[in-house]
Ligand binder design. Structure first.
Ligand code: COA
Length: 178
C-alpha cells in the first residue's frame, strides 16, 4: 500500500520545509532562499512528498522535498531532504526520478548536481540512478569545510528507459504535476 504521495509545493509548505531543512543540514538554506525558489525563480520546480493514511507521521505534514531547476537542456538538482524516520523507503529516488521525467518532458538531456564529498548516502542514491562523478571543487562547502563532488547523468536515462507515467511507482503515488 502506498505510504506517500508526491505533489508540487506551494508557499504554504514553507514552515514544514524549513523545519526539515534545518534538521537535515549544517548550513541550511534560509527562508528567503526557499521563498525565492518557491515563487521567484522561473527555472525552479519544487516537489513535496506527503504521508498518506494511515500516517506514521502527522498526516498534514510533509516528509521530503526536492528543489530542482530545468535550465534549457539541463536539470540541476538543487536541494533534497527526507525526514529521518521516512528514509530508506525510496522517497528520494522517486522525487529525483520525477524531476528527471519532468526535465525530459521539457527537452532536458542531462542532469547535474553538487554534493558534499562526505555525504555517502547521497552519493549512493545518485549512483543508484546512474549519476557519475565528474569533478571535485575543493573546500566548496563551509560549516564544516568540505569538498563538493560534481555528479552528472548524461544523457538522462531512466530505469524504465523512457519517461513513463509515475503512477504505480513502488512505495508511493504521484499526483500529476502542473
Ligand atoms: C540522502 C537522502 C536524501 C536519501 O533519502 P532516502 O529517501 O532515504 O533514499 P532512498 O530510500 O530513495 O534510497 C535510494 C537509494 O539510495 C541509496 N541510499 C540511500 N540512503 C543510503 C544510505 N544511508 N547508505 C547507503 N545508501 C543509501 C541506496 O542505494 C538506496 O537504494 P536501496 O534502498 O534500494 O538500497 C536522505 O538520507 C537525506 O535526506 N539525507 C539528509 C539530507 C541530504 O543529505 N540530502 C542530499 C543532499 S545532496
Amino acid at each position: 500500500m502506498a505510504e506517500w504521495v508526491i505533489e508540487p509545493a506551494t508557499v504554504e509548505a514553507l514552515p514544514d520545509i524549513l523545519k526539515i531543512e534545518e534538521a537535515c543540514f549544517s548550513a541550511p538554506w534560509t527562508r528567503k532562499m526557499m521563498e525565492a525558489e518557491l515563487s521567484g525563480n522561473p527555472f525552479a520546480h519544487f516537489l513535496l512528498a506527503k504521508p498518506l493514511p494511515p500516517c506514521e507521521v502527522d498526516c498534514g505534514s510533509i516528509v521530503a522535498y526536492l528543489c530542482f531547476w530545468v535550465v534549457f537542456e539541463e536539470v540541476r538538482l538543487m536541494n533534497l531532504a527526507v525526514i529521518e524516520s521516512m528514509r530508506h523507503r525510496g522517497i528520494a529516488k522517486a522525487l529525483v526520478t520525477e524531476a528527471l521525467e519532468l526535465g525530459q518532458a521539457q527537452a532536458a538531456v542531462r542532469a547535474v548536481l553538487e554534493v558534499r564529498a562526505s555525504n555517502h548516502a547521497a552519493h549512493a542514491l545518485y549512483r543508484s540512478l546512474g549519476f557519475r562523478n565528474v569533478s571535485t571543487r575543493p573546500k566548496y562547502y563551509s560549516n564544516p569545510t568540505d569538498d563538493a563532488l560534481l555528479m552528472e547523468l548524461d544523457p538522462i536515462v531512466l530505469e524504465s528507459g523512457q519517461p513513463t507515467p509515475a503512477a504505480g511507482r513502488e512505495g508511493g503515488r504521484i499526483r500529476p504535476l502542473q
